[in-house]
Design a protein around this ligand. Structure first.
Ligand code: TYD
Length: 234
């Protein structure tokens, strides 16, 4: 096994998109198809994928919506804290999983990577791009994916898939219920900025990005993504 960038013989692929865009379904479908034709695949997701990474994920996301209170909202991570926690989880994932797998010649498919940080912490939160670039360089050096698949979807549709619906409470106030974590409950405008950010990044680097309509049938999406991956690895 080698972890020198020049000796990484595997292929690094990332999947990006907003909430409820179907990234985990696509990862699994791609893994199955690639396994069937004899390719070894390592799947991972961010944040998480290692013991420490899952602990960092839990530290960020364990608070259930029903427990949200003024104190908890005050204790919500700042954009800089988010950047640093996601980066820490990523550094560990790289060391433990991604670099060894690429060194072994695997196809690595990662559900979210550095583009999520630009989408959420820069386009979404407004954190300075250069601050994020510095953190990304420190965390991953030059390790860029060969292919990034963007599952593009209207935020309303994605949030609905995550079970978020606007419900009226006893006082007639409308508030969202359902969802996976506190980021799901950001405003629609926040999720729209993320979608636009992704589309902008994809337009700036068209050779790396494959933009797919996440409203399509999952098998159709997987077929197109598989073709693009096979062009890289065969
Ligand atoms: P997750 O439940 O995995 O959502 P999804 O299924 O949409 O991937 O939660 C990951 C959340 O973390 C998601 O809202 C995006 C956010 N995130 C960032 O804000 N910055 C990052 O760098 C990463 C990796 C994720």
């Amino acid at each position: 096994m080698s972890t020198e960038p020049s000796e990484l013989t595997g292929t690094f692929i990332t999947i990006e998109g907003g909430e409820g865009s179907g990234k985990s379904t696509l990862s699994r479908l791609l893994q199955n198809s690639l396994n069937k034709i004899g390719h070894h695949v390592t799947l991972c997701r961010e944040p998480g994928g290692t013991i420490l990474g899952e602990q960092l994920r839990a530290a960020l996301f364990s608070q259930a919506r029903s427990e949200v209170s003024t104190e908890i909202l005050q204790a919500a991570p700042s954009p800089l804290t988010e950047l640093l926690v996601f980066s820490a989880a990523r550094a560990q994932l790289l060391k433990e999983i991604i670099l060894p797998a690429l060194g072994d010649g695997d196809t690595v498919i990662c559900d979210r990577y550095t583009d999520s940080t630009f989408a959420y912490q820069h386009y979404g939160r407004g954190l300075d791009r250069q601050v994020i670039e510095t953190a990304v360089r420190l965390t991953v050096g030059n390790l860029k994916p060969s292919l990034t698949i963007l599952l593009d979807l209207e935020p309303e549709q994605g949030l609905a898939r995550h079970g978020i619906v606007n419900q009226k409470d006893l006082f007639g106030e409308t508030s969202p219920v359902g969802g996976n974590n506190y980021l799901d409950f950001e405003s629609l405008a926040f999720h729209q900025k993320i979608r636009e950010g992704y589309l902008e990044m994809a337009s700036l680097e068209p050779d790396r990005w494959l933009v797919l309509d996440a409203g399509e049938d999952p098998d159709v999406i997987a077929r197109i993504a598989l073709d693009a991956i096979l062009q890289l690895i065969e």
